[in-house]
Write a protein that binds this ligand. Structure first.
Ligand SMILES: Cc1ncc(COP(=O)(O)O)c(C=O)c1O
Length: 494
């Protein structure tokens, strides 16, 4: 065979030239974000048309041109969640240092499934997990793993709970064991839809979720929870898991974690807290008191790609009992030779989640925690919550806006035309239609991006500020835009 020519390889010099050029483009892009539209608001057919309509390329192309083209496509046809007027869903801007760290992680390309394949990366991930636990006052000797996001982090907690609490070996016998009982899960009606997917994917069926009503403050009704558990026990079913929310997806409400712990202790249930959005607020001195009780949970899900401002993807699952976590996921086929290096035992992340090969998500989180420290994060998260409270207050002062809820950094509110200030039950249907249309118009406008919530049957605008670029001026501008679009829509709505 002649000497191999691998067209995918780049020399150090070629890489340097391409990299400098790309970093230059990205730096200009970062500075330009506030002056760009939040989104072009284009429908799928227009976005598709921006791509050359071509089949699989037969031959390769010049990488500099390709990077230029990809940058142009993404800069001009993306929704910019790094824009100061973006407050939709729970998606943060990407910390620029973390973006650079993705390049470093991908270039070294550690496989963080096994220590032997990723010595330093594994140790950095272990340290990152200890620091994340410390940041939210969870025991730092817990088990933990970085995953793709909130859904996966919650699945990890769910699966450890199943292993820990089922009265038979679900790992070996599955849910159809002759010893099986119907396993029941409890969560409030405000819990995130990951629970539908988990019960569906892991063979329980969504009917095994007992949805518990919420109190007027959108937190789980703990009396109703107790009654639900007692009623299921009386039917011969096996309650095993209570899912509490530390920051519900719609309104940011934090369930009473201490009361949930007491109920779980009484009935021998696992307490999992979904803190995908809200857990990191525990780092702020302004956090709701219940968030200080995260350490009472058997497992916690939390997302660095939400309130630690990490680029997607980065979720994290913590489990108080590290050994149980390992016992949930670990297998040793003969082709794994990974348990020790130099005669010392290793920690292998393949044992702590459903994943096998794993990327190095921890690097960006580790660098950001070192860049900002606990104090830096506490300040930024407190600022987000302060701006959200300001938004609520400004909406309250405005005669065409009605604020409805404010928890953590989420405010919900709606537009009410002046003539309908004293809205009657008859007006509610119109207001719901108007505000639903308003969310759509705003989202497509490119000026501001909010999402929606439905509280007590009222269709609301929802602003979730997990955005280090948003400041007082942007909050004011958001409300001005809402009012301007609301007035215009009200004139043309049937
Ligand atoms: C409370 C809560 N749980 C879970 C999730 C799912 O997280 P992800 O989209 O990262 O999978 C979200 C997403 O917003 C959330 O707010």
């Amino acid at each position: 065979m002649t000497k191999r020519d691998a067209p995918i390889a780049l020399s150090g010099d070629e890489f340097r030239k391409l990299g400098f050029r790309l970093v230059d483009e990205l730096a200009t892009f970062i500075d330009s974000i506030p002056s760009r539209p939040v989104t072009a608001g284009e429908p799928p057919s227009v976005v598709r048309a921006a791509l050359l309509a071509q089949g699989l390329p037969e031959e390769g192309s010049d990488p500099a041109q390709l990077l230029d083209e990809a940058s142009r496509l993404l800069f001009n046809h993306s929704l910019l969640n790094g824009h100061p007027q973006f407050a939709g869903y729970v998606t943060s801007p990407a910390a620029p240092l973390a973006a650079l760290s993705e390049l470093l992680a991908a270039t070294v390309n550690a496989n963080v499934g096994a220590w032997i394949l990723s010595p330093m990366a594994t140790e950095i991930e272990r340290q990152t997990i200890r620091w994340l636990a410390e940041l939210v006052s969870y025991p730092s000797d817990c088990g933990g793993v970085l995953v793709s996001g909130g859904n996966m982090a919650n699945y990890v907690g769910f699966l450890v709970a199943r292993h820990a609490k089922a009265a038979w070996s679900v790992r070996e016998e599955g849910l159809h064991s002759p010893h099986a009982k119907a396993l029941r899960i409890y969560a409030s009606e405000e819990a995130h839809t990951w629970l539908h997917k988990a019960t569906d994917l892991f063979g329980f069926g969504t009917n095994q979720i007992h949805w518990v009503p919420v109190m007027p403050d959108q937190t789980i009704d703990t009396q109703a929870l107790r009654a639900a558990i007692e009623s299921d026990l009386a039917q011969g079913e096996q309650p095993f898991l209570v899912v509490g929310s530390a920051g519900t997806v719609s309104t940011g409400a934090v369930d009473r974690i201490s009361a949930l712990r007491a109920t779980c202790d009484e009935f021998n249930l696992w307490l999992h807290i979904d803190g995908a959005y809200g857990a990191f607020a525990a780092a702020s001195p302004d956090c709701p008191g219940e968030l200080k009780h995260l350490a009472l949970a058997d497992s916690v899900a939390m997302d660095p790609h939400k309130w630690l401002y990490m680029p997607l993807e980065a979720g994290c699952a913590l489990v108080k009992n590290a050994e149980l976590m390992r016992a949930t996921f670990s297998y040793r086929p003969p082709y794994y030779k990974i348990d020790e290096v130099g005669g010392e035992p290793t920690v292998d992340f393949v044992d702590y989640s459903p994943q096998n090969s794993r990327g190095f998500r921890a690097l960006k989180v580790w660098l950001a925690l070192r860049h900002l420290g606990r104090v830096g994060y506490a300040q930024m998260i407190s600022d987000d919550m302060r701006l959200s409270r300001l938004l609520f207050e400004l909406a309250d002062e405005h005669e065409e806006l009605q604020p409805v809820t404010q928890h953590l950094s989420i405010t919900t509110f709606r537009f009410i035309p002046s003539r309908m200030r004293e809205a009657t039950a008859l007006d509610e249907a119109y207001l719901n239609k108007l505000n639903e249309a308003l969310v759509t118009e705003l989202q497509e406008s490119g000026k501001v991006f909010l999402s929606n919530a439905v509280v007590d049957g009222r269709y609301l605008l929802r602003a979730c500020i997990v955005n280090f670029r948003t400041d007082v001026e942007h909050v004011k501008a958001m409300l001005d835009t809402v009012v301007a679009y609301g007035r215009r829509l009200d004139k043309v709505m049937p």
